[in-house]
Design a protein around this ligand. Structure first.
Ligand SMILES: [Zn+2]
Length: 412
């Protein structure tokens, strides 16, 4: 059975990955020896990835010649990363990634402004029958349920066709209302049980047998739709699709005003995320520390910021909405354009190439709810008190404008 599943997994390109954290492979950083100067490394660390020095100083020591990185929590075992002595040496030793920076992609053809770009579209979540399990589902009265994963997939499919016409080579990380991983909550049951034992520790549990069973079942679901699914998508992106950039398609939502009863909110806005703003607790995890350093050293931030700024400007123009502002330490304002923030999410950390997360619209706002209920249609129609094109069409137009602006800003 296992062999059969493995054969299916290979032939269809779907992936199963252990969600248990493996030992970090610090040798991954060997490819980045002498490829960045000490000031550049420190600037990216402080301004983008870990804004508070107190969060990284026990894990990373920087001098002019080298960075010393603690390999494992609680151990005096350090990885030594030699720096380039000058920017010219750094350029010479720059690692060839599977993705190409926009500056290296020629603006080939005025009629086909995205010629040369390989783009992966990643519709967030699973949608379909999984939307309730993953908490990306809501119902108001008698209206059809809103499923973020389904709207994201509609946008991605429309985008894929239009971007192809502009010369881009496009692939979808998920192309149906189904998971990329071959794991299920059931196959992850053992790992869910291990998790339950870990949180219980030596303390005698106050849960009833039924509560404990329910808690393990829920953990299995979370390991499935969050950990295993994102890890499978990361393998697909990094090992199979190898795009120049990934656009993650989402819709934002606001907390419900009253937890016991769903009622729509008036807030409506947009924001765009790049990878950054690791918290102290995240940097303390050996795997996340390594993954953060791969993103920092591969210089994906430069393209992520350019793309995110172009996207934020495009969404502002297309929607007329205000930009969202974060208040807590889990996000950092990056660049000058409103609505562009750094956050450490599993997907934008594990996808090695430049990644932007689009978070336009508040799905549970009065206006967006009405627009989602109106569905996808041609031309303009009266929705939520105004003549509007469909939300899917507006989303697609904005992403195209953002991608074209990003490509044009690197034209040579
Ligand atoms: Zn989402």
């Amino acid at each position: 059975m296992i062999l059969f599943l493995l054969a299916v997994a290979i032939s269809t390109g779907i992936c199963s990955v252990s969600v248990q954290s493996k030992n970090p492979e610090w040798a991954r950083l060997d490819a980045y020896h002498n490829s960045m100067t000490s000031p550049k490394f420190e600037e990216l660390l402080r301004k983008v990835y870990v804004p508070r020095e107190s969060w990284w100083k026990d894990w990373i020591k920087i001098d002019e010649k080298e960075a010393h990185i603690r390999k494992f929590a609680g151990k005096e075992d350090w990885y030594v990363l030699p720096f380039a002595s000058c920017p010219r040496m750094a350029l010479k030793n720059r690692r060839q990634e599977y993705w190409r920076p926009a500056a290296n992609l020629r603006f080939l053809d005025r009629q086909k402004p995205l010629a040369g770009f390989t783009i992966a579209l990643d519709p967030g979540h699973l949608g379909g029958k999984y939307s309730e399990m993953e908490g990306r589902h809501f119902v108001i009265g008698e209206a059809a349920p809103v499923k973020e994963g389904d709207v994201a997939l509609l946008v991605a499919k429309r985008l894929s066709k239009r971007l192809g016409g502009l010369g881009a080579k496009v692939s979808l990380v998920r192309n149906r209302k189904k998971p990329v991983t071959i794991d299920t909550p059931k196959t992850l049951r053992k790992e869910a049980e291990a998790w339950q034992k870990r949180i219980e520790g030596d303390v005698v549990s106050t849960q009833t047998k039924k509560e404990r069973k329910k808690s393990i079942r829920r953990r299995g679901e979370i390991l499935f739709f969050r950990s295993s699914e994102i890890m499978a998508r990361a393998s697909k992106v990094n090992e199979k699709l190898k795009p120049d950039l990934v656009v993650c398609i989402h819709l934002n939502a606001a907390p419900w005003p009253t937890p016991e009863k769903n009622s729509l909110v008036e807030r409506n806005d947009y924001h765009v995320l790049t990878n950054g703003a690791y918290l102290g607790g995240e940097i303390a995890l050996d795997n996340q520390r390594l993954e953060m350093l791969v993103k920092l050293l591969n210089r994906s931030h430069k393209d992520e910021l350019s793309l995110a700024e172009c996207m934020a400007q495009a969404f502002k123009r297309a929607t007329g909405l205000p930009a969202f502002n974060y208040k807590g330490p889990n996000a950092i304002k990056l660049g000058e354009v409103p609505g562009v923030w750094g956050r450490n999410l599993m997907a934008n950390r594990l996808y090695e190439c430049p990644v932007v997360f689009l978070e336009p619209y508040i799905a549970n706002s009065t206006q967006v709810f009405a627009r989602i209920q109106a569905g996808d249609y041609d031309g303009a129609k009266m929705v939520a008190g105004k003549m509007r094109i469909s939300l899917v069409e507006e989303y697609v137009d904005a992403v195209i404008a953002g991608l074209v602006a990003h490509a044009a800003s690197h034209a040579n």
